[in-house]
Design a binder for this molecule. Structure first.
Ligand SMILES: CC(C)(COP(=O)(O)OP(=O)(O)OC[C@H]1O[C@@H](n2cnc3c(N)ncnc32)[C@H](O)[C@@H]1OP(=O)(O)O)[C@@H](O)C(=O)NCCC(=O)NCCS
Length: 170
C-alpha cells in the first residue's frame, strides 16, 4: 500500500469509499469541489486501486496556520491494516515541510472507532461541539500539535490562541 496525492480521476473511487463509510455521505459534487481549491490537500492510499483517502484544507484561525481534516475514510475491507495511519503520516509530513504546527478535525462523538484512531495518533479533544452536525449530532473537536510528538524531531510550535470552529459542518 502506498500514499500519493489524489487526482480528479480518483473521484469515482473516493465517492464509493465515502458512500461505504458514512450514513450521510457527501455527494460527488462536493467531493469534486475539493480538487478546485488550491489550499486543499487530497491524499489517496492505494493497493492497485484506491483503498482510502484524506482531505485537509490549509486554513488560518487567529493567525495560527493549520491543516483542517475535512474527510478521512478507508474502504471497509481494507480497515485495520494501517491505511488511515499512512494517510495521516503523510499529512503530518506535509505539515512539517510547510511549517504548519497544527492539525484539527471534528469527529462525531458516537464514532468510537475514529475517536480511538485519532487518540492513538496523539490527537487531544479540545472542544465539545453540541448540535454540530445537520442531524443535531454532537462532535468533539480534536487537535494535534506537531511539536508535541517527540519522534518527529520538530521544534515546538508557538501558539497564541485557539481558533473558533468552522461554520459549515458535515
Ligand atoms: C477511522 C478509519 C479511517 C480508520 O482507518 P483504518 O485504516 O482502519 O485505521 P488504521 O488501520 O490505520 O488504524 C490504526 C489504529 O487506530 C485504531 N482504530 C482504528 N479503527 C478502530 C476501530 N474501529 N475501533 C477501535 N480502534 C480503531 C486502532 O488503535 C488501530 O490500531 P490496531 O488495528 O493495531 O488496533 C476507518 O475506520 C473508517 O474509514 N471509518 C469510517 C469513516 C470515519 O469514521 N472516518 C473518520 C471521520 S472523522
Amino acid at each position: 500500500m502506498h500514499v500519493r496525492l489524489g487526482r480528479r480521476t480518483d473521484l469515482p473511487a473516493i465517492a464509493a469509499i465515502e458512500a461505504a463509510s458514512f450514513s450521510h455521505p457527501w455527494p460527488s459534487a462536493r467531493l469534486a469541489a475539493y480538487f478546485d481549491h488550491e489550499g486543499t490537500v487530497v491524499l489517496v492510499a492505494e493497493e492497485g486501486s484506491p483503498t482510502g483517502f484524506l482531505v485537509a484544507c490549509r486554513e488560518r484561525a487567529a493567525d495560527v496556520p493549520m491543516l483542517h481534516i475535512h474527510d478521512l475514510a478507508v474502504a471497509p475491507p481494507h480497515r485495520r491494516r494501517g491505511a488511515a495511519s499512512a494517510l495521516l503520516a503523510e499529512l503530518i509530513r506535509i505539515a512539517a515541510a510547510e511549517g504548519i504546527p497544527l492539525l484539527r478535525l471534528e469527529v462525531r462523538i458516537t464514532n468510537e472507532g475514529a475517536r480511538r484512531f485519532y487518540e492513538r495518533h496523539g490527537f487531544r479533544v479540545i472542544r465539545h461541539l453540541r448540535r454540530y452536525y445537520e442531524d443535531g449530532g454532537a462532535a468533539f473537536q480534536m487537535e494535534f500539535e506537531l511539536g508535541a510528538r517527540p519522534n518527529l524531531g520538530l521544534p515546538a510550535p508557538t501558539r497564541t490562541q485557539r481558533a473558533s470552529p468552522r461554520s459549515s459542518p458535515r
